[in-house]
Design a protein around this ligand. Sequence first.
Ligand code: ZN
Length: 608
Amino acid sequence: MEPTERFTVSFLEPGLHIYHVTLEVGNLPAGRHALSLPVWTPGSYEVRDFARHLFNLAVSADDTVLEVYHAAKNRWLFETVRPGAVRITYQVYAFDPGVSLSHLDQSHAFWNGAQLFLLVDEYKQLPIELEIQAPPGWIPATGLDRSPDHPGLFRAENYDGLIDSPVEVGTHRTLSFAVDGKPHSVVLWGQGNEDTERLAADIEQIVRTQGEMFGGLPYAHYTFILHLGDRGTGGLEHLNSTVCGIQRFQFRPEKNYRKVLSLIAHEFFHLWNVKRIHPDMLGPFDYNQETYVRLLWALEGFTDYYAYLTLRRAGLYTVNHYLSGLATRIKQYEAQPGRFVQSLSEASFDTWIKYYKRHADSPNRTISYYLKGDLVGTCLDLEIRQRTANRQSLDSVLKRLYQRYGQDGLGFPESVYQETVEEVGESSFEEFFRQYIHGVAPVPFEHYLAYAGLALERRYKQPASDRGPEDSEDVGEDERDKPVAAGETLPWLGIETTPHRHRATVSVSYTHGPARALLNPGDEIVALNGYQIAGPSDLAKRLRLNHRSGEPVEVAFFRRGRLETASIVLADAPFNHLTIKPLPTASSLQRTIYQDWLNAEWPEPVSQ
Ligand SMILES: [Zn+2]
C-alpha cells in the first residue's frame, strides 16, 4: 500500500502568531526517513530559510516518541522499525505580512506552503490532504480543491500543488464572478478606498482578455487573495491563485488604481507565463537550494509587458496611458548605469544574490529583468511583427510554448526560447539575443517604435512643483510641467536621495554623475552653497531654479556625524520627459502594426 499524507493546521491562539501543524503519514515503510522544509518559495528567488521559524518538532509511531536527528538547517532524520503510521508535530512562528511569507494574527491567517509544510523525502508525488481547524466564523480561501463533505478539508495533487496554494483564513469579504463557466473569487483581507464592484468587474475583464489570448482558462477555479494593508508588498503567482499586497489607499486616484490593475494583471498572466510556460528547472522544484534560471527576463519581464498590454487591449488603459507608461519605463531604464554592466540573462541568473539583495551601488552595476525584460519584450514583439508583416507577434511565441509544453505540464530547455522566436519570426534572432539579452548594448527604442509608426521624443521639463501654488492650474500634470527652452538643460548632481530629518540622505551616487567619488551613500546633505536645505525635493528644486549645468556648487553634508563640504560641478541632467507620439506620416504596415498591437485605431496626428 502506498503511504498517505494528511496535514492538519490549527491556530489555537492567533495572537501568539503560532501555527500548530500535524502531519500524519500512513503506511510508511520501516526504515530511515527524511523530512525537509523548503529554503525558498517559487516565484520569489531568495533563500529565506523558512526553518528558522519552525520549532518543537516531534515524531511518534504507535504512541512512542522517536528520536529525531537534525541533519541540516532544513532537514531532519528519523527511523521506524515497523511499517505503519507516523505522527509528526511541530509549530511555526508566522508574523511576516509579505506575500511570499506567512502571517497569523487576531484578524486572519495567511500562509505560503513553503513556510509551513514539511516534505517527506521520496514521497513528493503523493496526494496530500489538508485539514484546516479554524476558529469559529473564519473561512478558508485557497486554490486547493475543497472536499465536498467537509468545509475545512482540502486536497492537493502532490507536494508541489500544496506548496503552490497559499491559504487565507478569516472573515474576509469575497467577490465572485464566472468566466467560461469557471468560478473566480476575489478575497479581500483589510479595507481601503476600493470600489469593490468596479474592482471585480475590472478583474473579470483582465481574466477574459488574457484567457482569450491563450484560447481558454486552464483551471477549474481561480482565487485572487488581496491583502489591503499599510504598504504595498507586491504579488506572488501560483497555479490557480495569486496573492497581492496592496497599499489600502492605492485605489484612488485613477493613476494609482491603474497600478493596482497592472499588479493583478501581472500576477494573473503568470498562470501561463512561469506557472505553465517555464524552463525545466522551474517545476518540479528543488526546494533545498537556489534554482538558477537565465530566462527571468521572459518569465517576469514579458509578464510585465503583457500586464500593461492586456490592460490596453481590455480597454482598462487608454492608448495614452499605455504609451506614457512605456515612455516612463524607457526613462527609468536609461537612468540606470547598470544597464551597461549586467545583461538580462546575467541579471536573471544572479537574481538570488543581486536583485533580491540590493545595495546602494546596485543601480550602477545591475539592471532589473522586470524593467529591461518588459522593454526588450516590446522591441521583440515589434521586430517579429515587422519581419512577418504583422502575421506573427510575441503572442504567437508564448502561445506556441504553451501549446507545446505548458499545457502538458512540461518544462523546456532554455535554448528553446530563442528557437521558438526564430520559428515564429521566420528568421534568425541571433543578433537580437546577443545584443539585448545576453549583451549590454543600449536598446534603440526609436528604431523599434518606428515599426508601429511611433516616435520617441526626449525633452527637459521644469516640473510644475517648481512653481508656487499661485501658479498652479487645474489641468493635467503633463501640461503643468513647463518645457525648458531649446538648447537649455537642467542641472544634475548625479545622486538619488531619501528624506531624513530635513536632510537629503544620499542613497545612490551614480558612476556617471558629477558627485561620484565625492558624495557617498549615507551622506546627509544639509546645505547648498551655505544655505540649509529642507530635504530632497527642496534640494532638487533649488538646483533647478537657481543653478545651471557647468556651475560649481558647494554641498555641505554630515558623513558619519562629521560636517564636511564638497565642491561639485553640476552636469547636464538626463532628459526627464520622454513622450511617444505617432509619426506625421506612416505606411500601411506601420498603421497595421499599431492597430493590431494596441487594439486601437491609427490616430491621425495633429498637424503642427
Ligand atoms: Zn512576477
